[in-house]
Design a protein around this ligand. Structure first.
Ligand code: B1M
Length: 232
């Protein structure tokens, strides 16, 4: 195909379209990503499938090339912006309107860390599962979490970190909760690419969540336990 030949997304089959979306995400083409998401929706793909297979799949490729020094921060920012365009279309579809509230979560990315795509995804999926979500955004110091816990009175505190240099800050937050005698008032869930189960245990979190779907399942499980304990 010559460079001048325009690709008509709607003429591609599903597999070709997803491959093209990987390329468009890589190139930071927000409008094309939005169009691709809409086409897949029209073809009956579930919002969750589009999110995981087309968007997260594409972002994984971006991540590899970022790691390998093929892509740099400006390009990755463009890719992130394109991904957010797609996520914005999916968000209302993942959020079941009128679903009974199963719990409330405050979530934020920790101090020193500005990665927010994964956190946003977790927030969206939690809302979709009927949780009320208060998003504190990025770069949260311990005070920001404490203020939100006091004003919002959530069931769950969620923390996200994408850097090996920022993940230890989660322990600072949990230790502060312990010092203030507040630790047992909340279910603390942590997540982010560099974390693992062992780390979650070591810092005193209730659970490490590998991805957004696991975060939802874990949150539901802990809410079930909380309700059982209260009604016992
Ligand atoms: Co950054 N970055 N970045 N970056 N970036 C990573 C994380 C990195 C792994 C890339 C690499 O080298 N391969 C690397 C970290 C290395 C390390 O520490 N081990 C890295 C680096 C080094 C950096 C900078 C230091 C680069 C620089 O400036 N030299 C810098 C740091 C800035 C800072 O934070 N202070 C930086 C900057 C950026 C951008 C701003 C360009 C951009 C962020 C844009 C944004 O978020 N708005 C960016 C991006 C996009 C990435 C990669 C490519 C993609 C992250 C992402 O969005 N993934 C990333 C490489 C990678 O992870 N593959 C990388 C998609 C997302 C859906 O997955 O975030 O893992 P993830 O979330 C998942 C799960 O982890 C989990 O569920 C989510 C959904 O399934 N989860 C939770 C996440 N949070 C949770 C919270 C929960 C539960 C589950 O609470 C209950």
């Amino acid at each position: 195909m010559s460079d001048e030949e325009e690709i008509i997304l709607s003429e591609l089959n599903d597999e070709e379209l997803v491959d093209q979306m990987f390329d468009d995400l890589y190139d930071g083409l927000k409008e094309e990503i939005e169009e691709g998401v809409n086409i897949l929706l029209e073809r009956g793909w579930s919002p969750y499938r589009i999110l995981t297979e087309a968007l997260v799949g594409g972002m994984t490729i971006v991540g590899h090339d970022f790691r390998d020094g093929i892509l740099f921060v400006p390009e990755v920012l463009l890719a992130a912006n394109a991904m957010k365009g797609g996520m914005a279309i999916l968000k209302p579809l993942l959020v079941e309107t009128g679903a009974p509230r199963v719990g409330k979560m405050v979530i934020g990315t920790v101090k020193g860390d500005i990665h927010d795509i994964g956190k946003n995804l977790v927030g969206m999926m939690m809302e979709g599962a009927g949780f009320e979500v208060v998003d504190l955004g990025i770069n949260n110091a311990v005070e920001s979490y404490l203020d939100a816990l006091e004003s919002e009175q959530p069931d769950i505190l969620g923390m996200s970190a994408l850097l090996t240099t920022t993940m230890p800050y989660m322990k600072v937050v949990i230790d502060t909760l312990v010092e203030k005698g507040l630790r047992d008032d909340y279910i603390v869930l942590v997540g982010g690419a560099p974390l693992n189960e062992e780390f979650g245990k070591a810092i005193g979190a209730d659970a490490y969540c590998r991805d957004a779907a696991v975060a939802v399942e874990t949150a539901k499980e802990f809410m079930g336990r909380k309700h059982n304990a209260l009604s016992a």
